[in-house]
Design a protein around this ligand. Structure first.
Ligand code: NAG
Ligand code: NAG
Length: 584
């Protein structure tokens, strides 16, 4: 198959024709030698091959502990983004792999108004790995160019060493920012201070804040039904844009409000993903029928915080520099999860939506090609199976360095665990019941509302304006389904477990919830648990959302017995239908 795809790709390139996958294999032997020798080499994604295996660092750690590396990172990002948009390795072309423009990258042809990125797919996680590695590889190359251009001397040696060890940082949007903002200032200020290798300090346009299209090619962002924000008019990437006109500007305070308002929700979701055992198939994506929660849905929530900005829409998301730091974190979550549960991985699944190269309804498995990512210049592709590890790509994550399962679990507990692990009721005789975990299982369609939408949950009265949700004291969090409005209809229903336990404990502490016995809790939830659906800041009647459902359940939870132990669900679920029968 390797030589087949290679042949097909270079034929398509040389003759400038769209190829058909039905091209008979025999064409292989009939290729004129002259055409073959003109063939350009494919881009080999190897990961960074300098400096051995290095940890990708959290962006705030990189900025505060590695000054040379941090400055090189900023300067390399600046240089990367300044590349000619027609160059294959440019920021523009690499960002364009994900969604728009819908054209071939590295001569891997396809069709349709969608990018190569598989969403709602068993290969969602594995596909993004070589994608992030590709970005990191070009970025580190830029850092090396900067360091290598320095005059010989100790400064040069220091910077070359820093460039060799540079890996893409990740943005951990689930940690407690300890009084700081969820979005690090280094990603959200318009300008940033940089120290050049010669010691001069300057203030530059922050390369992590926007991408300025250079130039903007309107035709690269087609929207025939006019149901996306005006990406064909915005000359720069925007976050929580102030309007849907060409003159819109970013509203960074609104973005921070969304991230902060959803922080506890997202952290609790992540902790459930790490601690409750499920198969890779249901853990990794939103279309495999799981109900605990899944990495893709959690990832969707972060995209959604950017509102109608580029990050909120799959066709445009990868142009915002935040995409890369966000997805580096998603890759880290996947890597940590794989280290905890190494025996489960991608299984075959029918694809519920199309990509540029994958037909809807086709089947993908661990050996399917992760297009358009080549592992060598001859044109063989990465697959989920051959990209399962991380150190072979030259990187690791801090939590995995020298880790055992116990040290890893201890780090996860410290970063994302909660002191409240379950709701405990006192019996009349003074003894306590086993702790219980309360969740709302929220089911929603992947698509059906023409693009990204979300469900907000509340415990108590709330402001019905979606723009006010995130700062409402009774807001629990919102679950998003991110989608391309042009994805053809499908029957995928996504279920996520929204954790209610910590919020209930807080309401009890404040005296609002009288007691924690089951009857009182259920009655309280029946009266106070509310939910609402919004799209682009506008309420959508729940009855307009197909397959939408909320079910409240509880289960016994066995608390962690040590700092390196996880709390786990035991026994069966009780359904509290009284809550959802009356509440809305
Ligand atoms: C230091 O390097 C920067 C970037 O190359 C340059 O703009 C600046 O003029 C240099 N400063 C000195 C004192 O050479
Ligand atoms: C790590 O610990 C978790 C939770 O106790 C357990 O389910 C998992 O199998 C362990 N993984 C390894 C690799 O030992």
């Amino acid at each position: 198959m390797v030589s087949f795809s290679k042949v097909v790709c270079f034929l398509a390139a040389s003759l400038n024709l769209k190829y058909s996958l039905a091209l008979p294999l025999e064409h292989n032997s009939e290729l004129p030698h002259a055409i073959k020798s003109r063939q350009q080499q494919y881009f080999a994604i190897t990961g960074v091959t300098d400096g051995g295996v290095q940890p990708r660092l959290e962006i705030r750690t990189l900025a505060s502990t590695k000054p040379e590396m941090w400055n090189l990172f900023l300067l390399a990002m600046e240089r990367f983004k300044a590349m000619d948009q027609t160059t294959r390795e440019s920021y523009y072309q690499i960002a364009g792999i994900h969604g728009a423009p819908y054209s071939a990258w590295d001569r891997v042809s396809g069709s349709g108004n969608w990018g190569y990125c598989p969403h709602g797919s068993n290969i969602f996680g594995p596909w993004h790995k070589p994608y992030i590695v590709l970005f990191e590889q070009v970025l580190q190359q830029k850092a090396k160019e900067i360091a290598n251009a320095l005059p010989a001397g100790t400064n040069k040696d220091k910077y070359v060493a820093a460039a060799n060890e540079l890996r893409l940082p990740y943005w951990d949007w689930a940690i407690d920012p300890a009084g700081g903002t969820v979005m690090p200032a280094s990603m959200s200020t318009k300008t940033i201070s940089v120290t050049y290798p010669n010691g001069t300090t300057a203030t530059i346009q922050n390369p992590l804040y926007t991408y300025n299209f250079n130039p903007l090619r309107a035709a690269d962002f087609p929207d025939p039904n006019n149901n996306m924000p005006p990406f064909d008019e915005w000359k720069t990437t925007l976050r929580q844009p102030s309007s849907s006109t060409a003159s819109a500007v970013s509203n960074d305070a609104a973005l921070e409000k969304e991230l902060k308002g959803n922080l506890n929700y997202n952290r609790a979701q992540l902790y459930k993903l790490f601690t409750q055992t499920q198969k890779y198939q249901t853990f990794s994506n939103k279309a495999s029928g799981g109900s605990i929660g899944n990495l893709e849905s959690l990832h969707d929530n972060i995209h959604s915080a950017f509102g109608s900005g580029h990050m909120g829409w799959p066709p445009a998301a990868a142009f915002d520099p935040a995409f890369w730091l966000h997805h580096c974190n998603v890759d880290r979550m996947l890597a940590l999860w794989q280290a905890l549960y190494p025996s489960t991985y991608v299984e075959s699944a029918s694809q519920k939506g199309p990509t540029y190269t994958i037909k809807k309804g086709s089947s993908q498995n661990a050996n399917s090609n992760l297009t358009p990512f080549h592992r060598d210049t001859a044109g063989s592709f990465f697959t989920s199976a051959n990209s399962r590890g991380i150190t072979n790509f030259g990187y690791t994550y801090p939590e995995l360095v020298g880790a055992t399962n116990d040290t890893l679990k201890a780090k996860i507990n410290a970063l994302y665990g909660s002191t409240v692990q379950g709701i405990i009721t006192k019996r009349a005789d003074g003894s306590s019941t086993a702790p219980r975990d309360y969740v709302a299982k929220v089911s929603m369609p992947w698509i059906g509302l023409e693009g990204t939408f979300s469900v907000g949950l509340f415990l108590g009265d709330f402001n019905h304006d979606p723009k006010a949700w995130a700062k409402d004291p009774n807001f629990l969090g919102a679950q998003t389904s991110m989608s391309n409005p042009y994805t053809p209809d499908n029957d995928v229903v996504i279920t996520n477990s929204v954790v209610l336990t910590q919020a209930l404990a807080k309401k009890h502490q404040s005296g609002e919830l009288e007691s924690l016995d089951e009857e009182t809790v259920v009655a309280y939830l029946a009266k106070n648990l509310h939910w609402e659906v919004q799209r682009q800041g506008v309420i959508v009647p729940k009855t307009d959302v197909p397959d939408f459902k909320v079910v409240v359940q509880s289960i016994e939870i066995k608390p962690a017995e040590s700092a390196s132990d996880f709390p786990v669900w035991v026994g069966g679920w009780s359904t509290h239908s009284a809550v959802t029968d009356s509440a809305n």
